[in-house]
Design a protein around this ligand. Structure first.
Ligand code: UDX
Ligand code: ADP
Length: 460
């Protein structure tokens, strides 16, 4: 039997809730961890042999804990009654309607969850924000939760998740830091200690940082905004490199050697994607506007502007180099996921690149090791000629061009001579991630267009 105070619930079994709770259960055997979601199909997936999300290392963690102290259920209400610590990890997409549309976070799922917690609780709870939320959401949630007429006390804690997809399990096992923000009253501080105790099962004390709720909420937005800003900065420089004799890979390496700058997150590419970066920056922008800080809002918004520019710049370069038209030409995309080692395609540059190429009447063939199911959903209803083909050799057959959109390692190991022989000539390759051996491709006969570097072309 698990003790009530060591029974944890996570509402929302998505990319964040699922892996995070699996690791907590794995590391803390004395805690019972329940993951609940209204989406029955997702829950069935978590309870099956084929998990609903692809994440390296996740399967073995889930299999170790599932049925012992890790449980997946769609009975959210019963789970609320049972748990004393509730993580909320429901989706907080960008609002598509009304005030703040296109920027502010849509909090309807969060608020619905808070109301369910109030309705179904029979004792005091700690409620933890895991999803990224606008600063001061905890305050609003605290009001909703405390306005119950059952005399119950709810402590709201902010504990943002910093793991990245593709490396989620490593990130969760050995986090750079765990951030926990609590209210400064006595009850808040007691709740804070209980969450510190939970993470102390496996995270060294010096990596557990405690703050007030507001700092914690803002830190999550700022961490993502700063990471995205580095990518937009280096991507903007890749445009200069293509106009000069500079090479973006050399520039990244050279500046990354400065210990003040550091080498990480300086890889130029087709643009950043994922469910967080754009959403969080727009959210930050909205906050700045709300607090009448238009200059600050404009600064952060430009990070997203450069990202959009990078995606369209990549396609425009393709069209220009392919004799100013791709109409009727087969173009093969290697990669659709927003990054390697995930099947996730949320805000993936591939989506925008595909749409642009289809508008130019290219015939698209898309190959990706894990993301074709999501790609099919993303492209559903979009006009144009496209096929999703798992086999890269099949996808490239008869193509005029290949574009590398995701940095999957296996793309490096394909037999490019075989691919070249099956393509239309002249054959083009646009390496949007700079992962291939460009000289070798050129020697095979390809016209090679790395990103942010001079072309290796037989035509120019
Ligand atoms: C991000 C944050 O890293 C993580 O801390 C937070 O919890 C969630 O958001 P994620 O979106 O999963 O994680 O992936 P990340 O590795 O940050 O990559 C985001 C995007 O940036 C990807 O499209 C990736 O391809 C791109 N990227 C990353 C680059 O283009 N260049 C780089 O150097 C690094
Ligand atoms: P993230 O990347 O933040 O984890 P996801 O969209 O992958 O986002 O997951 C969020 C999950 O939250 C979805 O599976 C969705 O069904 C679930 N969800 C949304 N609202 C509720 C709710 N009121 N109760 C339970 N689960 C919810």
């Amino acid at each position: 039997m698990f003790k009530k105070e060591k029974t944890i619930l996570c509402i929302g079994a998505g990319y964040v809730g699922g892996p995070t709770m699996a690791v907590i259960a794995d590391k803390c055997p004395e805690y019972k961890v329940i993951v609940a979601d209204i989406n029955q199909e997702r829950i069935d997936g978590w309870n099956s042999e084929t998990l609903p999300i692809y994440e390296p290392g996740l399967e073995s963690v889930v299999k170790r804990a599932r049925g012992k102290n890790l449980f997946f259920t769609s009975d959210v209400f019963a789970a609320i009654k049972e748990a004393s610590i509730i993580f909320v990890s429901v989706n907080t997409p960008t609002k598509t309607f009304g005030e703040g549309a296109g920027k502010a976070a849509n909090l309807q799922y969060w608020e619905a969850t808070a109301r369910s917690i109030v309705e179904h609780s029979e004792d005091d709870k700690i409620v933890i924000e895991k999803s990224t939320l606008p600063v001061r959401t905890a305050e609003a949630m605290h009001r909703i939760l405390q306005s119950n007429d059952k005399g119950l006390n709810f402590d709201v804690i902010s504990n943002p998740e910093f793991m990245a997809e593709g490396t989620a399990i490593d990130d969760l096992n050995t986090p750079d830091r765990v951030l926990i923000g609590a209210m400064e009253d006595e009850s808040g501080q007691i709740a804070l200690q209980r969450i510190v105790d939970l993470y102390s099962c496996w995270v060294p004390k010096e990596r557990i940082k405690t703050t007030n709720v507001w700092s914690s909420e803002l830190s999550k937005l700022v961490a993502n905004a700063m990471l995205a800003q580095r990518i937009s900065s280096i991507n903007s420089i890749s445009a200069i490199c293509e106009k000069t004799d500079a090479n973006i890979v050399d520039v990244s390496e050279a500046i990354g050697l400065d210990s003040r700058i550091g080498a990480k997150f300086l890889k130029a590419g087709v643009g950043f994607g994922g469910s967080c970066f754009q959403k969080d920056i727009l959210n930050l922008t909205y906050l700045c506007e709300y607090y009448n800080l238009p200059e600050v809002a404009k600064y952060w918004e430009s990070v997203v502007d450069i990202n959009n520019y990078q995606e369209s710049r990549f396609v425009k370069r393709m069209i220009r180099k392919m004799f100013n038209t791709v109409a009727g030409k087969k173009v093969t995309l290697f990669g659709f996921a927003f990054k390697a080692d995930t099947g996730d395609t949320r805000e993936a540059p591939a989506k925008y690149i595909s749409k642009m190429l289809l508008e130019e009447h290219a015939q698209l063939a898309i190959s990706d090791p894990e993301a074709l199911e999501n790609a099919a959903k993303d492209l559903d209803g979009i006009e144009g000629d496209y096929e999703l083909i798992k086999c890269p050799y099949e996808a490239a057959k008869g193509a005029h061009a290949i574009a590398i959109i995701t940095e999957w390692n296996e793309f490096k190991d394909y037999d490019y001579k075989k691919i070249f022989d099956s393509m239309e000539k002249p054959a083009f390759i646009f390496d949007g991630r700079n992962i291939l051996d460009h000289k070798k491709l050129y020697e095979i006969g390809f016209n090679v267009y790395p990103l942010g570097q001079q072309a290796l072309s037989h035509l120019e």
